[in-house]
Design a protein around this ligand. Structure first.
Ligand SMILES: [Zn+2]
Length: 111
């Protein structure tokens, strides 16, 4: 048996987090995106940037939890930050890393 592809592993990770955070995901997509890492809609649609598949799982967790929490909190305010910290205690380090990577690219990317 060959190991599952990064895309399959990524989607599995999203499903695991969704279960843990009690989010119902109606649609889950991984596709190339121009200027952000992920997007979500109130109908439970989640899309992630395919570029994430080349990154490590620490970054995956950050982007996944970041988006899933938007089902509860639409902004990046105090509540969102405290929930992020509750699930990923060192999320701000990953966030800083991701920002640095985005700055290297010709166009800025935001989660
Ligand atoms: Zn966000």
């Amino acid at each position: 048996m060959t190991a599952p592809s990064p895309k399959i592993r990524f989607k599995q990770r999203v499903r695991n987090w969704a279960t843990r955070l009690d989010v119902r995901v109606a649609w889950l997509g991984v596709r190339p995106m121009r200027n952000k890492w992920a997007s979500c809609s109130t109908e439970g649609h989640l899309n992630f940037n395919a570029e994430l598949l080349n990154m490590d799982e620490q970054v995956w967790d950050y982007v996944i939890v970041h988006e899933l929490l938007h089902f509860f909190v639409p902004n990046h305010g105090k509540l969102w930050k405290s929930l992020m910290r509750a699930h990923l205690s060192d999320y701000d380090a990953t966030e800083a890393e991701l920002k640095k990577m985005a700055q290297i690219k010709p166009q800025a990317k935001k989660p």
